[in-house]
Design a protein around this ligand. Structure first.
Ligand SMILES: C=C(O[C@@H]1C=C(C(=O)O)C=C[C@H]1O)C(=O)O
Length: 363
């Protein structure tokens, strides 16, 4: 992707400093950047995913909705497409906003191998009891924010490097500033046709075939998708699994395409699919509850989802992976991986290290 060197992407850092509610994003395999910016009041806070029915804007959804991490929709007062149009608008844009940075230091984290190992042991014990088939364990990785760091410039670099991923940078007073380079579509909709994927299983890019652990891990997500979709959807067209590259790693991916039965809308579908076993575990409720009780930090918006909802007559929401939260002096990166009874500690930790490389490569 070619970027015009005349455009100064650090203008997005000024928007973050002024605490403007906005999102700039670039869809997977597309050229143009899009800007959604709210000029009126505060971004919309919702209580449940089904409340997204009939809404329009840029959605930022947490892994688990709470008072501290609400479900947010940035209202599309301004909705622009293409570098020239976006920068022309921003060069004249003035916000009265004042900075009120969220203090990341006060939030919980799991940075060290020792902390991760302790969580791993807890998770593994639960799998051994056979009540849970799969659990996704995750962690953080803190990087000191250098003076030279620019969120806007990192966004531009991510767009250039990761053509097949959805790339976004967003900020609201409620969520703080986040950036993600996601390979995982949660739900898209255009002209009444909906799409989703079952993405799971991870290995470094290589001609080697997939092992049983990764195939099984992905099959759990496929089975879950089929079961969930049967509740709300008519004929489901399924294809895959394929190997899908995402930066330095690969995943197994199965695609689904379908229409919703009468009376159902996108919010109902999101409520049914999120969080899928790709980021949480299986069975759904038990895994979600287990992670909430036992993972020793709050995932916040990591493994939630983000993207445009009913903008230009289509929606494309992605799971918030390969992402980071940006504080005043700290960048907090996030990564996780699916655990089965056949998992081993070292390879699971290494998988998180490999996944972190995507976002690390642009900061
Ligand atoms: C949890 C993450 O990724 C998810 C987990 C995967 C796995 O366990 O193999 C693969 C892709 C994603 O669905 C992450 O990137 O942090």
């Amino acid at each position: 992707m070619e970027f015009n060197q005349d455009f100064d992407y650090s203008i997005f850092d000024s928007l973050i400093e002024k605490n403007v509610s906005f999102a700039v994003y670039r869809q997977a395999r597309q050229q143009d950047i899009h800007l959604v910016l709210q000029t009126s009041q505060a971004a919309l806070c919702l209580d449940s995913l089904s409340d997204l029915n009939g809404k329009t804007g840029f959605v930022i959804a947490p892994f688990r909705i709470s008072e501290d991490t609400p479900l947010i929709v940035i209202h599309p007062d301004i909705c622009l497409k293409g570098e020239a149009v976006v920068f022309s608008y921003l060069s004249d844009y003035h916000s009265e906003g004042i900075s009120s940075a969220i203090n990341i230091h006060n939030q919980t984290s799991v940075n060290s191998f020792t902390q991760y190992s302790s969580d791993y042991t807890t998770f593994y014990s639960a799998l051994s009891e056979n009540k849970l088939q799969k659990l996704v364990l995750s962690r953080t990785f803190d990087v000191e924010r250098k003076r030279s760091f620019s969120a806007g410039t990192s966004f531009r670099e991510a767009c250039g490097k990761y053509h097949s991923n959805f790339v976004f940078l967003c900020n609201t007073p409620q969520t703080g500033a986040w950036m993600g380079i996601s390979p995982e579509l949660l739900v898209s909709e255009q002209d009444g046709i909906y799409k989703t994927v079952a993405l799971a299983g991870t290995k470094k890019v290589s001609p080697e075939d997939w092992d049983d652990k990764n195939r099984k891990e992905q099959q759990i997500v496929v089975d879950y998708m089929q079961q969930q979709l049967n509740q709300l959807c008519g004929d489901v067209i399924q294809s895959g699994p394929f190997t899908a590259q995402a930066g330095n790693i690969e995943h197994l991916k199965t695609k689904f395409s379908f229409k919703l039965k009468d009376g159902y809308k996108i919010g109902d579908l999101l409520a049914l699919l999120h969080p899928s076993p790709a980021v949480s575990g299986f069975p759904k409720e038990a895994a979600f509850d287990f992670i909430f009780r036992n993972e020793s930090y709050d995932r916040r918006y990591y493994s939630g989802f983000a993207g445009p909802l009913d903008i230009e007559e289509s929606s494309r929401l992605y799971v918030n992976l390969r992402c980071m939260q940006m504080g005043e002096d700290l960048l907090r990166l996030y990564a996780g991986g699916g655990m089965l009874l056949s998992s081993e500690l070292k390879p699971e930790w290494e998988e998180t290290e490999n996944k972190l490389q995507t976002i690390l490569s642009v900061i």
